[in-house]
Write a protein that binds this ligand. Structure first.
Ligand code: PLP
Length: 356
């Protein structure tokens, strides 16, 4: 049923779509008119940054560890793109003071885009402080909150002028997401060809996907708002890190502010695909660096931005847990890593020369 059709049965879908929009807006402390449903965060990033990128003689300021959908949309037009560095490893965060300094310099950007949490390392930015700095400088702030939503409280995102979210990162279906567009971003238009989404995104809305996305957010929020449940997950991750660090592994990203479900491990030896394959044999699905760039040979741009040496960055493996993962899953993973490390050390040891 198409929510835009005129027959009475379609109005049921239209009302259900309105209800989903209101519920999502309620979670985000936004007005329903600020929500634009999209096919995911990539489309939402294209909608916002594509608009700004088309403006001549403007500068867009983006964080050094942004997802390619932000970086490439920003670079898709004629606007100039400036990159704001992150603090080097072991921090990996945008320093709000450095941002404030940059916003006092010329040219003043037309838009700042900084993510809430990084998809490779899980490192979290201080979104509230960044929003404050942008507001004081009167520069609109777009926040890619894809990794944050469903893992951390949504209140921290309230003061960003624009937000991007993707259902599949908080337990919903793939191929559906949204942008929250505050008034400071101006009058934006994404896909053309229909008047859906207040004329800002043409194309029939994916109502089943949207309903599932909002239900997934409702369910994820129950865990996020349970401080004890989150503290327990953080403790599992910390114990895992203590163990692997003891085996000689490095960990990329912030020690102080990191999502409880993400770890970017830097193994002391072994090529990354050997780790991926051996962990897969033991039942663990892990990625190399960013899943989006799997197959490319270079070290990830995020790890380069953190100042991690190329040879180490090329070994990086990324682990993500789910809400359903347990302490024994983390322990079993540490056991598997310990066994694989022992095997790889034995295989890579120089052959013993036997005199006869
Ligand atoms: N931003 C971040 C931080 C992501 O991790 C992802 C996807 O993994 C995206 C944007 C793109 O989201 P989507 O797959 O909905 O286009």
């Amino acid at each position: 049923m198409n929510p835009s059709s005129p027959y009475p049965a379609a109005s049921r879908v239209r009302h259900a779509l309105d209800a989903a929009r209101e519920e999502l807006a309620g979670h985000l402390d936004a007005r329903p008119e600020e929500i634009v449903f999209t096919s995911g965060a990539t489309e939402a990033a294209n909608l916002v940054l594509g608009h700004f990128a088309r403006q001549r003689e403007q500068t867009l300021l983006i964080g050094a560890t942004e997802h390619p959908c932000i970086r490439e949309s920003a670079q898709s037009g004629v606007a100039k793109v400036d990159i704001l560095p992150v603090q080097p490893q072991p921090d990996g965060r945008i320093a709000p003071l450095k941002l404030a300094e940059r916003l006092r310099a010329k040219p003043r950007p037309a838009l700042v885009a900084i993510m809430a949490a990084n998809n490779e390392t899980g490192t979290e930015n201080d979104v509230e402080a960044i929003a404050r700095v942008c507001r004081e400088a009167q520069v609109p702030f777009l926040c890619d909150a894809v990794q944050w939503i469903g893992k951390r409280p949504l209140g921290a995102l309230r003061h960003a002028d624009g937000l991007l979210g993707s259902a599949h990162k908080f337990g919903g279906p793939k191929g559906v997401g949204f942008a929250r567009l505050g008034a400071a971003l101006g009058d934006l238009r994404g896909a053309r060809g229909g008047q859906q989404e207040g004329g800002r995104r043409g194309g029939t809305e994916n109502y089943p996907g949207i309903a599932a996305m909002v239900a997934a957010l409702r369910s994820a929020q129950a865990t996020v708002e349970d401080a004890q449940a989150i503290a327990t997950r953080e403790a599992w991750r910390s114990r895992f890190l203590e163990r692997v660090r003891g085996l000689g592994f490095g960990v990329a990203g912030s020690e102080a502010a990191n999502l409880w479900n993400t770890v970017l491990l830097l193994p002391p030896l072994g090529e990354r695909m050997r780790w991926v394959m051996r962990l897969a044999k033991r039942g663990f699905a892990v990625s190399t660096g960013s899943a989006c760039s799997t197959g490319r040979e270079s070290a990830s741009a995020v790890l380069q931005a953190l100042g991690i040496p190329d040879a180490t960055a090329r070994r990086a493996i990324r682990i993500s847990s789910g809400r359903e993962s347990s302490e024994s899953d983390w322990q079993a993973l540490a056991d598997a890593i310990e066994c694989i490390l022992a095997d790889l050390s034995a295989e890579d040891a120089p052959a013993t020369v036997v005199r006869i």
